[in-house]
Write a new protein. Structure first.
Length: 243
């Protein structure tokens, strides 16, 4: 599949030129979980593979898990286990866990005891052929052509497409590790509106099921699930003013 076929673009990112900026530093991650989850939208996830292939994609959907108070969080009640230890490490630490016996999910620790942001969907940008090849290795049934918008539109899909797993990525410091990091992108300023909704697939007390802790860029086709009913919306420029 050519990298130019079936382009996954939104009204905010219609330029064919993607200009990358500096890696996010420790100061960026030193912020409350909800704010960080929203601030990551529009940023660029970068993955360097063992053969030095560079994969890039724009973060378009996240969820926040608030730590010991959050009944849906793996760090609920502040209990540290070998599995969730990265959630208690310095902000900007990669937390990768295995789920359903076959898939990985990728989180980044934030400010707050046991708090972390789950990356749910990415808009693929660079080396799409490599991402497609990685996805096809996990697909069941006929290996039909895959649409670009479907490469990374879910937490497990993006981990497969970016070769993110526990062995290679867990507990890595994203502010300094050469294997993966997040970059600024000047196109982030084009984001107008983000949608806030309840998190997906949460099974816990209703109070936490219903909290609006999932965030995505409105009208981006690479989001895993577009809400059909009216949800809360927030101007991207308001994020820095959140308390």
């Amino acid at each position: 599949m050519s990298e130019n076929d079936d382009q996954c673009t939104s009204e905010y990112f219609n330029s064919s030129v993607v200009r990358y900026r500096k890696r996010l530093d420790a100061q960026f991650y030193e912020r409350p979980c909800e704010e960080m989850a929203m601030s990551l939208l529009g940023k660029i996830l970068v993955r360097r593979l063992d053969d030095n292939t560079i994969l890039r994609g724009r973060i378009v959907e996240t969820e926040s898990y608030l730590g010991h108070e959050d009944a849906a969080s793996q760090s609920f009640k502040g209990k540290i286990t070998p599995r969730n230890e990265p959630m208690f490490m310095k902000p900007g630490t990669a937390y990768v866990y295995f789920t359903y016996g076959m898939y990985h999910c990728f989180n980044i620790s934030s400010k707050g005891d046991g708090a972390a942001v789950l990356l749910r969907a990415i808009e693929p940008l660079d080396n799409l052929d490599t991402m497609t090849s990685l996805r096809k290795q996990y697909r069941k049934g006929p290996k039909s052509q895959m649409k670009i918008k479907d490469l990374c539109n879910g937490p497990a899909k993006l981990c497969i497409s970016f070769a993110i797993d526990i062995k290679s990525c867990n507990k890595q410091d994203l502010t300094s590790w050469d294997g993966m990091w997040v970059e600024e992108d000047e196109n982030s300023k084009l984001i107008d509106t983000i949608v806030c909704s309840p998190r997906i697939g949460i099974k816990c007390e209703k109070k936490w099921q219903d909290k609006f802790l999932r965030y995505y860029i409105r009208d981006n086709p690479c989001v895993s699930k577009i809400e059909k009913i009216k949800m809360n919306e927030l101007k991207y420029s308001q994020i820095k003013n959140l308390k």
